[in-house]
Ligand binder design. Structure first.
Ligand SMILES: NC(=O)c1ccc[n+]([C@@H]2O[C@H](COP(=O)([O-])OP(=O)(O)OC[C@H]3O[C@@H](n4cnc5c(N)ncnc54)[C@H](OP(=O)(O)O)[C@@H]3O)[C@@H](O)[C@H]2O)c1
Length: 306
């Protein structure tokens, strides 16, 4: 049931969604446009958004690692509508690999997109929301903000960071009439797994002169990385959790519900895989959880892993 009022002048509510070229962002933009929202669908490359234009969305370029593009996108929406009713912070990816083997540049890039970009864009829309004394900030966290899979440490660190930011923001913004909602999907079939697998270091780095490849820090984790890639692929295709996966539209539906209620929950989990994983993590002490993981992953450094 939709209990949130329309904008002050009765016009449709305005939402800005990041990362709409595929997956959850695209499904959210499509769903909200179909249900009467004025949707600003954004992506690094606007040409990836043509189908959303056909679905009634307005398009803007927005790269969450590019300050100028964020400032300009918010300026354009506010110039037309006054303030933004909802921001869906969706853009994100997984930089996978053993923590030791991911270069600091890649760790920084991961945080730039998943945390700093999201934080900065939120800062840019909040003055308008506070002035209007209304608005909802939606953040795409993950069950991966509450539990960690081997080979995902850097990604999980970004999602753990979002848990903290949302808890702080929720309190800091409630008095201004601005709500904060954290979405915690489990495994969802999108391009996410492919990007995660593609981000894993092969174990070799280019020589400084660029003429050859030589073993890099990732080489100590070669077998482990291959296993992480295989398990990631299988988890989304035919592993034990595969029947429990969700779709991008399952997430979009939950986002729509959260936006349509006047008193949204602080957190929404999505998909049966989320429920099962969170229950297991809650149930098992750390040592049991590690043993559980060791049944699936070969531990780096064990003789079998070399
Ligand atoms: N799928 C899952 O299992 C799952 C589970 C829990 C949480 N999540 C979260 O859900 C969100 C959406 O992921 P998804 O599953 O829909 O994956 P996806 O299909 O790979 O979509 C990711 C989106 O993020 C965009 N993006 C990446 N870097 C960006 C940047 N610097 N600026 C703007 N956009 C950028 C991508 O755009 P390009 O096309 O330009 O790369 C793409 O549109 C992510 O935050 C992810 O962590 C996903």
């Amino acid at each position: 049931m939709s209990s949130v009022p329309a904008a002050h002048d009765g016009s449709p509510r305005v939402v800005l969604v990041t990362g709409c070229s595929s997956g959850i962002g695209r499904a959210t933009a499509e769903r909200l446009a179909a249900h009467g929202w004025t949707v600003y669908a954004t992506a690094r490359r606007v040409d990836t958004l043509e189908a959303l234009a056909a679905a009634g969305c307005r398009l803007l370029p927005l790269d969450v690692t590019d300050e100028a593009s964020m400032v300009e996108a918010v300026r354009q929406v506010e110039a037309t509508h006054g303030s933004i009713d909802a921001l869906v912070n969706n853009a994100g990816y997984s930089q996978s690999g053993a923590v030791e083997a991911v270069s600091v540049e890649r760790v920084r890039a991961q945080f730039e997109t998943n945390v700093f970009g999201l934080l900065r864009l939120t800062q840019l829309v909040l003055p308008g929301m506070r002035r209007a004394r209304r608005g909802t900030v939606v953040v795409l966290g993950s069950v991966g903000g509450k539990l960690v899979f081997p080979g995902g440490g850097v990604y999980h660190a970004t999602k753990y960071a979002l848990e903290a930011l949302c808890d702080a923001l929720r309190f800091e913004l409630a008095g201004f009439g601005v709500r904060v909602v954290l979405i915690e999907p489990g495994l969802i079939r999108t391009h996410f797994a492919g990007t995660a697998v593609g981000s894993i270091d092969t174990g070799y780095a280019a020589a400084p002169d660029g003429t050859s490849m030589r073993p890099g820090p990732g080489s100590a984790y070669g077998r482990f990385h291959a296993e992480v890639a295989r398990i990631t692929r299988e988890a989304y295709e035919r592993g034990a959790l595969a029947p429990l996966l969700g779709t991008a539209d399952d997430v979009a539906r939950v986002i729509e519900q959260a936006l349509d209620t006047s008193r949204p929950k602080a957190r929404y989990t999505v998909s049966p895989s989320a429920t099962v994983l969170l229950f297991l993590r809650w149930l098992l002490p750390d040592s049991w959880w590690d043993r559980f993981l060791a049944r699936t992953y070969v531990r780096p450094g064990d003789s079998a892993a070399r």
